[in-house]
Design a protein around this ligand. Structure first.
Ligand code: GCU
Length: 635
């Protein structure tokens, strides 16, 4: 693994991670490469030109607005001594410019250039869970980027830097505030601040959206109901929407968390999710706005939380307006390190759907653990065909930290989300490659081992936290460390780990087969049959779908208990391997980022051991079996 130092190798200069994967914007130097655009130079075109002048090192570039395809797709061609970027839209030209620079930085330029790109989804959107008081729900990278107290008068330079980073990977929408939405976001004073941000983002092709509280007509409008069929309520929303569009003509629309985890919603008034969503959609329709209506619902009384979203939303299939998209988390529970896909994705046939991924690592070690998430999302797109969806959303991991995301490698997840929302068929490998080369160096002695580490990292987290389909073994009150034994008198059962692991003397796992909760029935027949049978169920989902005896023979020949011990141990060893890899590439990384990643890996190592010891010692009280030889003993 040791990369060694080439004799001519000079260690890179110190970086703080604030430039992300982008080239530093340098002061204009003498001879610049010629960038031409025939026509009026709009703010968007000006950015494209400036970016190319700043970093492009090849032949002159001609930007040309020309019908090349749908939406913001683009083409790049080259002939002798000229590169041409073509798109029907200005934003498409900007994307073309970023794409050219990315290819240059990642060593992907092949002459003659002949690239055509079309985004898979028209809507590629970040969801910020940011609160008006500057805190960020499940945020691990400092405070909210939006400084509401300073806005609209003061515009932090970070707003533009944020827009630039998003545009560079094709992200074209941002929901500014938490899905647990404060009604205050819709006050006129707050909308003025939103407008200021929208004005900064617009040239980068980014629209703003807001999460709204369904009870806003009561809380803000002083009405005595928020019933979506009530005339006054309908009028209140129409008026509010009109006010928004007068300030922000290209406002994107609303994101709504309704009747979930205590949030108000149409069901409070005896109405359905569809009735609630449609009322808002009708108000937005004249302006081209949309509603993203979340399907993240579950009630404490339900026998299996994993079934709930399907049970509530399937009967509504086909009842939503055209400008409603139902936003569904990738898995049926909640952003666990591994989940099977949410069955709604294959069941709903007449409803536009979008996937919600979580970029912030609520359940994957916060910003302390190195967990590259592209493999998780790639796995999802392997199970759910990308063309079943209309859009992709990612819960942002961005905050005021100097390096934006808390962990230098967490930047890769922001990057990967954007790249996959543009093209869900890109591989994790390729995305890691691109990101590493732009963010660190293109020297293969660095890229190869570090990419290997990234590609293993999500599986390592699964192994040391919750292997073989285990899920939600987190401590009460936070989602960081393990507490499978947790009991809290009077707590909702589905907020306790025991609800999910169901460990007893016989075995462990949640029986969701036809003999248990029958959650398997929500999948298409072909999968239902596979998941329903212990012997055909993929072992990565075994304890998700089955309660399995401790002595059960796994494919490896080990008992289930032995396999569990083995997986936890493997996770720990992998993290130790990551530490070794990172130490070996020291000559290729600047001192600051090297040190910061190194200390994060130390924390990850400590936590991996903590998870393994806690889970194995606890589950051993049920299995009664010894920890096999060769496995590190819990201390
Ligand atoms: C998770 C998370 C909450 C969040 C919720 C949601 O449960 O812990 O903080 O509000 O998801 O997605 O609505």
């Amino acid at each position: 693994l040791h990369a060694g130092t080439r004799p001519d190798h000079v260690r890179p200069v110190e970086e703080d991670g604030s430039r992300l994967w982008l080239p530093v914007i340098r002061p204009v130097e003498g001879a610049e490469v010629e960038i031409t655009y025939k026509g009026k130079v709009s703010p968007t075109i000006a950015i494209a030109i400036a970016e190319l002048k700043n970093a492009w090192k090849g032949d002159p570039v001609l930007l040309e607005k020309k019908k090349t395809g749908r939406g913001d797709g683009f083409a790049i061609t080259s002939s002798e001594h000229q590169v041409r970027i073509l798109s029907s839209t200005e934003t498409g030209l900007l994307y073309g410019a970023y794409s050219l620079l990315r290819m240059q930085a990642a060593g992907q330029l092949t002459v003659p250039l002949s690239v055509t790109e079309q985004p898979a989804y028209d809507l590629r959107i970040l969801n910020h869970w940011d609160n008006p008081d500057g805190t960020v729900e499940r945020g691990y990278a400092g405070r909210s980027l939006w400084n509401w107290e300073e806005l609209p008068g003061t515009l932090s330079p970070r707003y533009e830097a944020y827009a630039r980073a998003n545009a560079s990977v094709g992200i074209n929408g941002t929901v500014l505030n938490n899905v647990n939405a404060s009604p205050q976001v819709l006050t006129t004073g707050s909308l003025e601040k939103v407008k200021a941000l929208a004005d900064v983002f617009r040239p980068y092709g980014i629209k703003v959206y807001l999460s709204v509280n369904f009870a806003s007509p009561i809380r803000l409008g002083k009405l005595d109901t928020a019933d979506p069929l009530d005339k006054e309520v309908i009028g209140w929303w129409k008026q509010k929407v009109k006010e928004i569009y007068a300030m922000i003509p290209d406002f994107g629309g609303f994101l709504v968390k309704a009747n979930s985890e205590g949030q108000p919603g149409p069901c409070d008034f005896g109405r359905t999710h569809a009735e609630g969503a449609n009322m808002l959609a009708d108000a937005l329709k004249p302006y081209g706005g949309i509603v993203m209506w979340r399907a993240f619902v579950y009630s404490p009384t339900d026998s299996d939380r994993a079934k709930q979203a399907y049970l509530e939303f399937m009967p509504l299939d086909g009842q939503f307006r055209e400008n409603v998209i139902v936003q569904i988390k990738n898995g049926p529970i909640d952003f666990q390190p591994r989940e099977p896909y949410s069955p709604l994705f294959t069941a709903m046939k007449q409803t536009p759907m979008m996937v919600e991924f979580q970029i912030t690592q609520e359940y994957l070690g916060f910003s302390n653990h190195l967990a590259y998430l592209a493999p998780l999302w790639e796995e999802f797109f392997g199970e759910v065909r990308p063309d079943r969806l209309k859009a992709a959303a990612g819960v942002a991991n961005i905050g005021t930290d100097v390096n934006w995301c808390g962990h230098h490698f967490a930047q890769a997840n922001w990057y990967a989300f954007g790249r996959l929302a543009w093209n869900p068929l890109l591989t994790s490998d390729r995305i890691a490659d691109e990101w590493l080369q732009q963010t660190f160096t293109s020297q293969s002695a660095f890229v190869c081992p570090v990419k290997a580490m990234m590609l293993q990292s999500r599986e390592a987290v699964v192994d040391y936290m919750m292997p073989l389909g285990l899920h939600h073994q987190f401590a009460w009150g936070h989602h960081y460390g393990p507490e499978p034994w947790c009991s809290v008198p009077g707590a909702r059962p589905d907020w306790l780990p025991s609800y999910y692991h169901r460990a007893d003397k016989e075995g462990i796992g949640f029986d969701r087969s036809s003999k248990g909760s029958n959650a398997v029935s929500q999948y298409p027949d072909s999968l239902r049959l596979i998941y329903n049978d212990k012997t055909t169920c993929p072992e990565v989902y075994l304890l998700w779908f089955h309660h399995v005896p401790w002595q059960y023979r796994m494919k490896s020949g080990r008992t289930l208990w032995g396999e569990l011990c083995h997986a936890y141990d493997r996770g720990v060893r992998q993290v130790r391997g990551f530490q070794e890899i990172w130490d070996s590439v020291e000559p290729f990384v600047d001192a600051r980022r090297f040190r910061e990643v190194q200390s994060k890996l130390k924390i990850q190592m400590r936590d991996a051991v903590w998870w393994k010891d806690a889970c194995l010692l606890y589950f051993q009280t049920f299995s009664g079996m010894p920890i096999p030889a060769g496995i590190e003993r819990p201390v």
